[in-house]
Design a binder for this molecule. Sequence first.
Ligand code: EPU
Length: 334
Amino acid sequence: MNIYKNYSLKNHNTFKMDVSCDRFVEIEAETDIPAMVMKGLFREPFYILGGGSNTLFTQHYRGTIIHPIFKGIQVMEETDDHVLLAVSAGEEWSSLIDYCIEHQYYGLENLAGIPGNVGSSPVQNIGAYGVEVKDCIERVDAYYTLYGNAFSLTNEQCQFGYRNSIFKNEYKNHCLISRVWFRLSKKEHYNLSYKALADAIGNETPTLKNLVNTIINIRNNKLPDIRKIGCAGSFFKNPVVTKAQHATLLAQHPDLVSYPVDEESVKLAAGQLIEKAGWKGKRIGDAGVYDKQALVVVNYGNASPKEITQTYENVISDVKNIFDIELSPEVNIL
Ligand code: EPU
């Protein structure tokens, strides 16, 4: 493991916030984890950081940032139909997608282009274009940060929900995810339920490669290139409201987009609410809301954490005033 003191986080968060932390610990091997627990590294305030693509640092972090960098993709089981892969937390998500294309494994392709590392993927159950990562997760291996002992959770035990899991609730700050097991199909099949994706594929015969390219094109047209513009993807979750609330809202705003959730509730598109509140493309100094997708709060250059915070707080309060809906951030704010 590598330990750095008073370490800059500027290159470890896609929002490009120029902040630092008291201590930054890179875990190079899973076997280092029990020793880290012995050293007390998990006993003070700590935060586990993957690719830094879903975190907004608003100030210097007074504690330890733990950064797993151990990589590896292992085939644990294989049949004619399926393959079971165990993937280490520090593996980049994009490398796993490349691996799946190379080996013709189906299931994760709609999640192409999502930044970040494999270890973070179950935490908020990443999702896009009709697929959530929970659809392919068999189990998640982790370590308790209090005792250093390993444990494993089945898909069901992870309590996955929309941008949610046990790792954001009961296990928050209590465990470090070390490996994620994915059950992927070897039989060719695609999920084209998302209309814009089906439209873009059109009459072409889908293949893993052209589907991934199409998704990356859709993303490039809507979402900022994180190499150029600081952001953390969708900043807010799409809000879930009751059917009664939805009916009241529809009377005033008949064009509101919604998706069924269950008998009692529907999900609205936060991007549309933010756009209607006049925030799409709005920029104050270097902070703002992206002009092609209002769900994304952006740092156009050198925005300070305070400017980003003011921006997202103003968005929340304007949406609340107009629609009486309280948007919740999807990103972790520290
Ligand atoms: N919309 C607007 N204005 C906007 C943005 C969206 O009116 O500025 C409307 C669109 O017209 C559409 C609806 O809102 O009718 C939904 O938009 P979109 O399909 O772009 O998806 P989203 O709900 O805004 C979610 C995920 C994205 C994911 C896309 C595609 C969340 C919080 N976000 O966005 O995930 O890529 O669906 O599946 O659920 C991320 O989490 O970082 C992320 C980018």
